[in-house]
Design a protein around this ligand. Structure first.
Ligand SMILES: Cc1ncc(COP(=O)(O)O)c(C=O)c1O
Length: 420
């Protein structure tokens, strides 16, 4: 059995009272929610902010409600800026991390032969977007190799930067398909040294880890609010550096919010990251995101980063001790995502059996991670992603549930509704 780290009394001393945080989270009474990498459970203040705004819209009108809450809406930019260490004017709201990523990509004037340098663990939709750019513009996609212990080999990636002078360097901080944490700040140091455009997908890390855009040295960074940040669905953001704004990057389909139509034949992009937004906003969602960011800051990002990965480490250690379970997370640094395969089970019946035990989880398939799952020689895995409001007892219950299913113990559904 591998020891993933010390897991006794996990980070509790540095967090506000876990019991109080659970009281704040109505979903904790219903389920063991180990799908924070899919969508975190909403905290009560986040839900209240959204419901309150929807009620206001119903009472006085949608445009009038957003005008009445102008200051609170500005709170979205100040809270996200505080969370990732930038100015509010560097933050753009987006409907999803993918939308933020695609909007940012659309601002880069790719030409045939330009190189996009990325890793073998970048998010599926980003990889598809690069392939689409290759199909349309003839860009070249270069994947940096992994180090033997897992995660990208930063020295090899830096050598590729020098050899190719990529038009874009991009990396996913924490992939969707494994617990790996990529060394995005180390990659960033090379990008800054070589003055290369650098975009980071921080979709799984915002709310789970400290994400400091100055330390990472990125030009662009994308995230959702619904995962470890525990904001609402249908939300995300894009960070745009001053460097990129000053250089005049703008999305291909800039609208009347991102630009002023100054004369019939000319528009002028606005100065801030609002250049990357659209005119229409889901204001209740934006206010929910502001509340979620405020909540995370109040809980404390360092304390969260201490506890969530430690709960995951306890889970990995427990699963490693179960015969027939193979944990798949590799890398020098692992986060709060735990992936494993279960001998004798097909994916959907296995997840359904976990659902039946009120344990929320998610499936990942080879299609989500062609390189990573190819290297690991697996076609699917179950993903469990605890967060700081989960408990050690829940971790142990989930390990017991998996053991029960995989070993087909009495009381388990192992022999009836799942295995091949
Ligand atoms: C690493 C990573 N990047 C991007 C995304 C896409 O986020 P969204 O669904 O908000 O577009 C995900 C979603 O799972 C993700 O895990």
């Amino acid at each position: 059995m591998r020891d993933h780290s010390s897991t006794s009394e996990i980070g509790r001393e540095s967090l506000p009272d876990v019991a109080a945080l659970r009281t704040d989270t109505p979903g904790c009474e219903q389920v063991v929610h180990f799908n924070n990498a899919g969508c975190g459970l909403l905290a009560a203040p986040v839900l209240a902010a959204m419901v309150d705004h929807l009620n206001l819209e119903a009472r006085i009108g949608g445009y009038e409600a957003s005008a009445a809450r102008e200051e609170e809406v500005r709170g979205f930019y100040t809270e996200i800026a505080a969370l990732i260490n930038c100015e509010p004017g560097n933050v753009a709201f987006a409907g999803s991390a993918t939308h933020a990523f695609a909007t940012a990509l659309s601002a880069i004037p790719f030409r045939s032969g330009d190189v996009i340098l990325t890793t073998r663990n970048d998010f599926i939709s980003n990889q598809i977007a690069f392939l689409s750019l290759r199909k349309r513009f003839g860009v070249e996609i270069v994947h940096a190799p992994d180090a033997p212990e897992g995660g990208v080999d930063v020295a090899a990636m830096a050598a590729l930067m020098r050899a190719h002078r990529p038009r874009l360097v991009t990396a996913t901080h924490i992939p969707t398909n494994s617990g790996l944490v990529q060394p995005v700040a180390e990659i960033g140091r090379h990008c800054r040294e070589l003055d290369l455009l650098y975009m980071v997908d921080a979709c799984q890390s915002v709310g789970q880890y400290p994400v400091d855009v100055a330390e990472i040295g990125c030009d662009l960074l994308t995230a959702t609010c619904r995962k470890f940040l525990r904001g609402p669905r249908g939300s995300g953001f894009l960070y745009v550096s001053d460097r990129v704004l000053r250089a005049g990057y703008e999305p291909l389909f800039i609208d009347m919010h991102g630009a002023r139509w100054v004369e019939p034949g000319r528009y002028r992009p606005v100065e801030t990251a609002a250049r990357f937004e659209e005119w229409e906003f889901p204001y209740a969602t934006v206010l929910g995101c502001a509340a979620a960011a405020r909540y995370a800051l109040r809980v404390g990002v360092d304390a969260i980063a201490d506890r969530s990965p430690a709960l995951a480490a306890r889970l990995r250690t427990g699963l490693d001790a179960v015969p027939g379970v193979r944990t798949l997370d590799r890398g020098p640094r692992l986060g709060a995502i735990v992936t494993f395969s279960a001998e004798g089970w097909e994916p959907r019946p296995f997840k359904a059996a976990m659902d039946a035990r009120r344990v929320n989880s998610a499936l990942s398939f080879r299609e989500f991670a062609q390189f990573d799952f190819g290297d690991k020689d697996v076609d699917w895995c179950l993903r469990l992603s605890p967060h700081y409001y989960n408990t050690e007892e829940e971790v142990d219950r989930v390990v017991a549930a998996v053991a029960d299913l995989v070993q087909g113990r009495p009381g388990g559904t192992g022999g009836t509704d799942g295995p091949r």
